[in-house]
Design a protein around this ligand. Structure first.
Ligand SMILES: Nc1ncnc2c1ncn2[C@@H]1O[C@H](COP(=O)(O)OP(=O)(O)OP(=O)(O)O)[C@@H](O)[C@H]1O
Ligand SMILES: [Mg+2]
Length: 300
C-alpha cells in the first residue's frame, strides 16, 4: 500500500526539509520503496539528498507545467537502492504564476504523480513555507499530511491556518486528505519551553503526535552541506537515531492501521455471510490475521 505524505507547515524553518530528507532516507534504508519529491523552489531537499543542480534535467516545475512526466523526471536509486527523487530548482517558483490560468491548476501534481505513485511504499513531499498554489498542489496529491512542529515560541500559532487550508483542499480537490501526524522537532528536554510546546501539541493533537521527537542536534544541521542524509553522515548521532525511530514508529502505525482495517473488512464480510457459510473460512482467516500481528521487515 502506498502512503503519499506531504510534509507541510507554512511556518519557515521548522524542520520540514530535514524531516523529508531524513525520513525518506530512513524508510529507504528499511527497504521501503520510497520517492522523495522536492516541492519547494528553494531546492533544499534536492541538495540535501546530494543531487547537484547542474545534473538536473526535468524537475517538479516541468511536471506541474506538463513538460515532463514523472517517469522521466525521477532520479533512480539516489544514495540508497530504494530511494528515488524528483528534484526542484528555483524555477519552480514560476509555476505558482504559470499554473493560475491552467485547467485543473490545483491538481497538476496529483495528475503527474498518478502513473508512478503505486510503485512506492512511501512518497514524501517536501512543501514550501507558504500556503500558495504549490502547497495546494502537493496537498491535493497527498493521502495525508505530516506536520513538523518546532519546539519554539509560537510553534502552534498558524496551525489553525494550515488546518483551514487542509479543510479547503478536502472540500475542493482531495476529500481523502487526512492528518498523518505531528512531529516535534528541535526538541531540547532541558528547556521548559520545549517541554511546554510538546505538552501543548499533545493536548491539542492527542495521539496524532509521534511519540518519538527529533532533538536539536548539530549533526542534522551539518549533514546537508555534505549532500548527505544523517544516516550516511553520522549514523550514531542523536539526530540519526531519532529519525530512524520515527520511521519505525511510522511503519508500525501504518501497519497496525492496515491490520485494523483488514480486520474490520473481514468482520464485515463474516457478518454478511453469517448463516450461509457458517463462517468457517472467514473465521479461520480472521484468527490467522489476529495472531500474525503487524509484520516486521524493517531492521535498523
Ligand atoms: N533537529 C535539528 N537540530 C538542529 N538543527 C536543525 C534540526 N532540524 C533542522 N535544523 C536546521 O534548521 C534549519 C531549518 O530546517 P529545515 O530547512 O529543515 O526547515 P524547513 O521547515 O524546511 O525550512 P523552510 O521553511 O525554509 O523550508 C536548517 O538549517 C536545518 O539544518
Ligand atoms: Mg524546507
Amino acid at each position: 500500500m502506498t502512503h503519499v505524505l506531504a510534509i507541510a507547515n507554512q511556518k519557515g524553518g521548522v524542520g520540514k526539509t530535514t524531516t523529508a530528507v531524513n525520513l525518506a532516507a530512513s524508510l529507504a534504508a528499511a527497504e521501503q520503496r520510497t520517492l522523495l519529491i522536492d516541492g519547494d523552489p528553494q531546492g533544499n531537499a534536492t541538495s540535501g539528498i546530494g543531487l547537484a543542480k547542474e545534473t538536473l534535467e526535468a524537475t517538479v516545475y516541468d511536471l506541474l507545467i506538463g513538460d515532463a512526466n514523472a517517469t522521466d523526471a525521477r532520479h533512480r536509486s539516489v544514495q540508497f537502492t530504494h530511494l528515488d527523487v524528483i528534484a526542484a530548482t528555483p524555477d519552480l517558483a514560476g509555476a505558482e504564476v504559470e499554473l493560475i490560468s491552467r485547467h485543473r491548476r490545483d491538481q497538476a501534481m496529483r495528475d503527474a504523480l498518478a502513473p508512478i505513485a503505486r510503485e512506492y511504499d512511501y512518497v514524501l513531499i517536501d512543501c514550501p513555507p507558504s500556503l500558495g498554489l504549490i502547497t495546494i498542489n502537493m496537498l491535493a496529491a497527498a493521502d495525508a499530511l505530516l506536520i513538523p512542529v518546532q519546539c519554539e515560541y509560537y510553534a502552534l500559532e498558524g496551525l489553525s491556518q494550515l488546518l483551514n487550508t487542509v479543510h479547503l483542499v478536502q472540500q475542493n480537490v482531495n476529500e481523502l486528505l487526512s492528518i498523518d501526524g505531528v512531529l516535534l522537532t528541535m526538541f531540547d528536554g532541558r528547556l521548559n519551553l520545549s517541554r511546554q510546546v510538546a505538552a501543548d501539541a499533545r493536548e491539542y493533537f492527542g495521539p496524532k503526535v509521534y511519540s518519538n521527537v527529533i532533538p536539536r542536534n548539530v549533526r542534522l544541521a551539518e549533514a546537508p552541506s555534505f549532500g548527505k542524509p544523517i544516516i550516511l553522515y553520522d549514523v550514531t548521532s542523536a539526530g540519526a537515531l531519532a529519525y530512524m525511530a520515527v520511521a519505525r514508529e511510522m511503519l508500525d502505525r501504518h501497519r497496525s492501521a492496515v491490520t485494523a482495517a483488514e480486520r474490520r473488512a473481514s468482520a464485515g464480510g463474516r457478518s454478511a455471510q453469517a448463516g450461509r457459510e457458517r463462517g468457517a473460512t472467514a473465521d479461520t482467516r480472521g484468527r490467522e490475521e489476529l495472531s500474525s500481528g503487524p509484520e516486521r521487515s524493517a531492521e535498523f
